[in-house]
Design a protein around this ligand. Sequence first.
Ligand code: SF4
Length: 390
Amino acid sequence: MTVTTVELESRPARVPDGTAAADLLATDLHALRVIAERATSSDVNRALHARRRNLADFAVLLSDAAADRLEDIAAAAQATTIRRFGRTVRLFAPLYLSNECVSTCTYCGFSAGNDIVRRTLSIDEVVVEARALRARGFRHVLLVAGEHARIVSKDYLVECVRALAPEIPSISVEVQVWDTDTYRRLVDAGCEGLVVYQETYDQETYSAVHLKGKKRNYDWRLAALDRGAEAGMRRLGLGALLGLHPDWRLDALAVAAHARFLMRRWWRCEVSASLPRLRPAAGGFEPHDPISDRAFVQLLCALRLFLPDLGLSLSTRESPELRDALLRLGVTQMSAGSHTEPGGYAEASEAEPQFQISDTRSPEEVAASLQAAGYDPVWMDTIGPRRSRL
Ligand code: SF4
């Protein structure tokens, strides 16, 4: 397969042709949603036993009819996960660089209008934080920051990656979206992963929750993972925040479709997805109860069955009990011992966290819990060639 070159350095109004983003926009998600609505028990039976599953099968597995077969779906998801990934879970930690932000997003504690304690780590402080994480075992760190192009500039991010690269073998970034050249600079400095959540794939909801700032540009964000892959990022992470759009199935369908298109177009990359459920945040944001625990389990199992090679990441937003249960069903990556404020690993920090976490166990406790369940915590792994092309 020839990978199409993405020529996107300015910010055109639409996504470029030949990208996973364009593939997604050409997909009729509402038709898939109707399939989920109308699925019968015989549709579920067929989807469950299919050798290869398509998006329509995934829609069927999200249905109410499939909820009645959750035990069968979970057993199939568990067997698939063990076959593809073994009994291993990759552990990583978010390292918050800055909570400065000029954007206004209704659901986020860092939102520009929130009167919170702001802090941006110096390069030296970033290194101290990373060393504290390294001392706890982590070899994979996700650098996270709010959107402030002057304070959290391209140069600052490149410097952070360059300073950490000799000590941290696997560095990913989850920061404001950039152009291909900037991603190339980050890759050259030692960054191998890019995480960009679309937050919600529903364009109307997206406009309603992103009130000010560059993040309002839906298409520019949607094509960011294509730009990162074009620049040489080897790990791509995508996701949606469950609880922004009232219909969780629509965002789940979009994440699944986007993941599949990324895996097809950028088949040398390792693609992973995450579907965090929203938590309370500074500014008074209180999420609706977006999806029950049981439906959340069904969603993760359906994703595993649809895309057996997809990494599934679970954050500390979920409770310890649910995280322990989900690791058997398809989860392949977990954050652990997380702080969502800049600083906080090496010593206590006054800065405001982005959201409250549910699983407050230490990395050692999470690792011990994994081992007790018969799983190996993996602190560092290398990227090999993908096992199969879709
Ligand atoms: S979601 Fe990102 S861009 Fe929006 S307020 Fe939070 S940090 Fe800023």
